[in-house]
Design a protein around this ligand. Structure first.
Ligand SMILES: [Zn+2]
Length: 404
């Protein structure tokens, strides 16, 4: 077969595979009508994919009218990914299968911030070894490694730059080190971008082509998916939504500017405001502990409808709502996903954010496309694997066919 024919055949195979991937299950008739291929062509491709183990029979679709038909799905055990997702609290090292399921996981707490880079790398590698053993899949089934790290990063060099509070990651060429030690392709992305991809492929986001993820945690960051791909910007530095200006005269941000969204509405900002207000209220039960408050204290006070805590959180949610309206007016993504501790710990913030955003957006809408993260803490782990899975279905799968 000449090159041209092979290429065409691979495109058709990938079309079928990606349709099944996007819809979780597909029938032959459904595939034929969605792809425009004849029923016979779909059957031939499916037979081939089934023989190679990439696709498998899932169940019988029961219809009220007409014949019942067989449903196909991606075989989750065809391949495995290693996920390394790092946040300020811990590193998750996991094995995820092609069906996006976490099959084994270790958590490395980040308490020990004094680790040397060498110690960190060795710890990562031994955790990888452990999760691979626990997953029990043969080594040749591993497709690649996805890493999500706090920014900033140098995408081209595959290097973490200078994330705050994580000195052992500074200028660490993690991609190349792991690539050579594990002998697998490694992809490194900023944490919020992998979360966005994880959310995109989750049930909630699956119908959409574009998604904006806004992480309101101790800091504020964002990730953008355009046409199903991570949109990291010209130099991989996009997604610094925490540093859009909300108030020209606002408080000074860690970046040096004034009134950034992060300085107005992040966990750090609300904690700062809470402390400042407490100074004026010596009668408050938390007054004696005002210097060493944690975000959990604020969350607790908020749940108890504390007179100082509630307005601070509501105001911060208002600012986040303005931020969301700005995103929608600028980019009009099909879906905005909100995640991070803010949404988790301050329950009514979601409603405020959505209401403010709806009031301020130019397009008419009810805010139904602004949703809470469905994956929560697992979004990053699954997102790291999804980076590898996506490469596999778009490109790397050709290598499997070349061998057959
Ligand atoms: Zn800033």
């Amino acid at each position: 077969m000449d090159d041209h024919q092979t290429q065409l055949k691979n495109i058709n195979r990938r079309t079928v595979l990606n349709y099944i991937r996007k819809h979780t299950h597909a029938t032959k008739a459904g595939l034929a009508s969605a792809t425009g291929f004849t029923f016979a062509a779909v059957k031939k491709i499916l037979d081939e994919l089934e023989n190679q183990g990439l696709v498998r029979f899932a169940c019988i679709e029961k219809k009220a009218v007409g014949r019942n038909s067989a449903m196909y799905e991606i075989n989750p055990d065809f391949g495995y990914m290693i996920s390394l997702y790092m946040n300020r609290k811990e590193i998750h090292v996991a094995v995820v299968n092609l069906g996006r399921k976490i099959v084994a996981r270790r958590r490395i707490p980040m308490e020990n911030r004094c680790l040397s880079q060498k110690e960190l790398v060795e710890q990562l590698l031994s955790s990888v070894q452990e999760v691979m053993e626990e997953a029990g899949a043969p080594r040749e089934k591993y497709i690649g490694v996805g890493i999500g790290v706090p920014g900033p990063i140098d995408m081209e060099q595959g290097m973490v730059l200078t994330p705050p509070n994580m000195p052992m990651l500074h200028y660490l060429p993690l991609r190349d080190i792991l690539q050579s030690r594990l002998g697998l392709p490694v992809y490194l992305h900023k944490d919020t971008n992998v979360i966005a991809l994880g959310e995109f492929w989750n049930e909630e986001g699956r119908g959409s082509e574009s998604l904006f993820y806004l992480d309101v945690d101790m800091g504020i960051g964002s990730g953008m998916i355009t046409n199903g791909k991570i949109n990291a910007g010209a130099e991989g530095k996009a997604g610094e939504f925490g540093h859009v200006t909300i108030d020209l005269n606002g408080p000074v941000c860690k970046c040096g500017n004034r009134g950034c969204l992060e300085a107005m509405a992040s966990g750090i900002a609300v904690l700062r405001d809470f402390r400042t207000e407490l100074e004026k209220h010596p009668e408050h039960p938390l007054y004696p502990r005002r210097e060493c408050l944690e975000i959990d204290n604020l969350a607790q006070a908020y749940r108890e409808k504390d007179m100082i805590a509630v307005p601070i959180i509501n105001r911060a949610a208002f600012y986040v709502g303005i931020g969301v309206a700005n995103v929608i007016n600028l980019l009009d993504p099909e879906k905005v996903v909100l995640g991070g501790l803010f949404l988790r710990d301050f329950e009514s913030s979601y409603e405020i954010i959505t209401n403010v955003a709806v009031q301020r957006m130019m397009k008419k809408g009810n805010g139904r496309n602004i949703v809470k993260s469905q994956l929560g803490a697992d979004a990053g782990v699954i997102g790291c694997a999804e980076v590898v899975i996506d490469r596999f279905f778009q490109e790397a799968v050709n290598g499997i066919w070349a061998k057959n």
